[in-house]
Ligand binder design. Structure first.
Ligand code: UT7
Length: 384
């Protein structure tokens, strides 16, 4: 029997601290006027010192689970699309699994830069379509503020921090994620990059490597070239998913693109002969949050009442890699009303999950101590 991956929950989290263009003009040689005219960005959110990509992702995921009215133990797969994980391992997704107490979930991070959410949505919806999992969490989360060069006016004014999440649920009823296209072109790798951390030298003969010269992990971008690439691939990926699903642009209620620059979307709209209103935009108050931008925009679109049951919507991502892709989704839910008591009770679950996690850590330490002491005794025995 065919399984369809329906979006049944959504949530986002933006850090409290809002940074204005005027504040940035005190850091680098820029103006509010330049940033607004060239990008459409007015403000962005920046994570506080105690926040991490994983804590942002957890907040978005908890909200999405509340809307879906699912217990974390019902989630079987967690994918976090991010380019700003706190660690290569443990993955951000594993930390989120622990914070949620999602005791039955496999978890991994996915790296496809600003296209990451569309890629992750496809991986999760295919896992549901094959029957491998029933419910999945797909999260886009970033702390871009920690990887931009705050002395480079060409990039630091563009990015922001945040996280967005959706819950996917399997059903035999047609709907949800209906068509997806994923593409890449590594020949454009140098146009937009975030180098890996400095590598430790290897003190083994024959294993020395030519160091790549990167001592910092900061975003490097050829803005004009990326701009040109973006305006081309938005139209082509939208056409790909329309063709796959046998629909036309007239059947689409809303396109939710990666929120990089309002001028990119305006150019794409002109190329596609569509009014700008067909595209949802919220980058004026988020900036470019990379893999988080589409799910955050989705949540804003829902709360503004821009989506009706049975609407066809398209997500379009594009970014480093180069990568790009689109998903056509049948939106088939009305936002449920979550009561205050229900909300608070659900939050209490996560306090309990942290408690259980601490107990598991403690019991591992006790086990290790017991094993050490019994090994010590064995050592004594063998010496006798
Ligand atoms: O999320 C991944 C995908 N990323 C993107 O899609 C980003 C794509 N690129 C863009 O959005 C645009 O290329 C930017 C917003 C990055 C730049 O806009 P632009 O209109 O392409 O500007 P530009 O790079 O052609 O620069 C024009 C001028 C330059 O000065 P000169 O050489 O003409 O004297 C820049 O140095 O603007 C200057 N400039 C700035 N001036 C004031 C660059 N950044 C700034 C700034 N404030 N923040």
């Amino acid at each position: 029997m065919m399984r369809y991956a329906h979006i049944v929950g959504w949530g986002h989290y933006l850090p409290e601290r809002v940074v204005t263009n005027d504040e940035l003009s005190r850091l680098v040689d820029t103006t509010d006027e330049w940033i607004v005219q060239r990008t459409g960005i007015h403000t962005r959110h920046i994570a506080a010192a105690h926040e991490t990509t994983a804590t942002l992702a957890f907040e978005a995921a908890a909200r999405a689970l509340a809307v879906a009215d699912l217990h974390p133990s019902q989630i079987e797969l967690i994918i976090v699309a991010t380019s700003t994980p706190g660690h290569m391992f443990p993955s951000t997704a594993c930390l989120v699994q622990d914070y949620l107490g999602a005791s039955r979930a496999g978890a991994f991070d996915l790296g496809a830069a600003c296209s990451g959410f569309v890629y992750a949505l496809q991986m999760a919806s295919q896992s549901i379509a094959t029957g491998a999992v029933r419910n999945a969490l797909v999260i886009g989360a970033e702390t871009m503020s920690r990887v931009v060069d705050w002395s480079d006016r060409g990039t630091c004014v563009l990015f922001g921090d945040g996280a967005g999440a959706v819950v996917l649920k399997g059903s035999s009823i047609p709907g949800g994620v209906m068509a997806t296209t994923l593409r890449s072109d590594g020949s454009g790798a140098d146009l937009l990059s975030l180098p890996a951390l400095y590598h430790n030298p290897v003190p083994i003969a024959g294993a020395e490597f030519a160091h790549n010269g990167h001592h910092k992990n900061i975003v490097d971008m050829d803005g004009r070239q990326v701009y040109r690439f973006a305006t081309n691939v938005i139209a082509s990926s939208v056409q790909d998913v329309l063709k796959q699903s046998g629909l036309t642009l007239d059947d689409i209620a809303l396109i939710i693109p990666h929120q990089a620059n309002v001028r990119i979307i305006e150019t794409a709209a002109r190329k596609m002969k569509l009014p700008l209103e067909k595209f949802y935009l919220n980058l004026d108050h988020t900036g470019n949050t990379s893999a988080a931008s589409i799910p955050v925009a989705l949540c804003d679109a829902v709360s503004e009442g821009r989506l009706e049951p049975d609407d066809n919507i398209i997500f379009v991502g594009f970014g480093g890699g180069l990568t790009w892709g689109a998903s056509l989704v049948k939106w088939d839910v009305t936002p449920p009303q979550v009561s205050f008591i229900d909300h608070e009770w659900k939050r209490a679950r996560y306090v309990m999950a942290r408690g259980r996690s601490r107990l598991r850590r403690l019991s591992r330490r006790v086990e290790a101590a017991v094993a050490r002491s019994s090994n010590g005794h064995k050592g004594d025995d063998s010496a006798e």
